[in-house]
Design a binder for this molecule. Structure first.
Ligand code: SAM
Length: 184
């Protein structure tokens, strides 16, 4: 899983770098841990934002927070800080399991959109996959265009489509990795 703070767009469509949101780290780490994700990469080129991520993660892993809430520690231990996506892809490639498949997510419709069912099947081929989430107004168009897979947007019954990234991540991981509901 990767949460990208650059390159993303602002509401005018300009490519910007967004600020890290503490809630995203906590909630996406817990979602990642629930669905068996290996690493939760937090991507930001800004040194002050990297310091913030390191302080939050250290508090909940090696600091007093980890003693107080070991379950949160287990989730936040998945966080890996990177300054840019190429560093994420290089690290995964260096593990020797093949080049990572880059899958991007967006609220916007795309002519390239792949269904959840199709991606679920693809994921079983063993190729490492990085599932990328944006911040601000979403991932920059060039970044989206360079991805191997553009995942179809989640749609509600109406026209309002402004999910928080952490909510979108939970829904998407359930669709891709969740076990079927067997309750009667
Ligand atoms: N308008 C933006 C967009 O096009 O994705 C919304 C950005 S949203 C605040 C931040 C991130 O949450 C998106 O980059 C995407 O990763 C995820 N996201 C939000 N809504 C989504 C949806 N309906 N379907 C899939 N992903 C979504």
């Amino acid at each position: 899983l990767a949460l990208v703070h650059h390159p993303v767009v602002n509401k005018n469509g300009d490519t910007v770098t967004s600020a890290v949101t503490s809630l995203d780290l906590h909630d996406m780490a817990r979602t990642a841990r629930t669905f068996g994700i290996g690493d939760f990469f937090v991507v930001t080129p800004l040194v002050d934002q990297q310091d913030l991520v390191e302080r939050i993660v250290a508090h909940w892993t090696t600091g007093p927070g980890g003693q107080y809430n070991p379950k949160r520690r287990e989730a936040l231990e998945l966080v890996r800080l990177k300054d840019a996506m190429p560093a994420v892809l290089d690290e995964i490639a260096a593990r020797g399991e093949g080049p990572p498949r880059l899958v991007v997510t967006s609220a916007r419709p795309s002519s390239r959109a792949m269904s959840y069912g199709r991606l679920r099947v693809l994921l079983s081929d063993g190729q490492p996959t990085v599932l990328v989430f944006g911040t601000a107004w979403g991932l920059a168009p060039d970044f989206m265009a360079a991805a191997d897979v553009v995942l179809a947007p989640i749609k509600g019954p109406g026209t309002y489509n402004h999910l928080a990234v952490r909510s979108a991540a939970a829904i998407i991981l359930d669709r891709l990795l969740g076990r079927p509901d067997t309750a009667s």
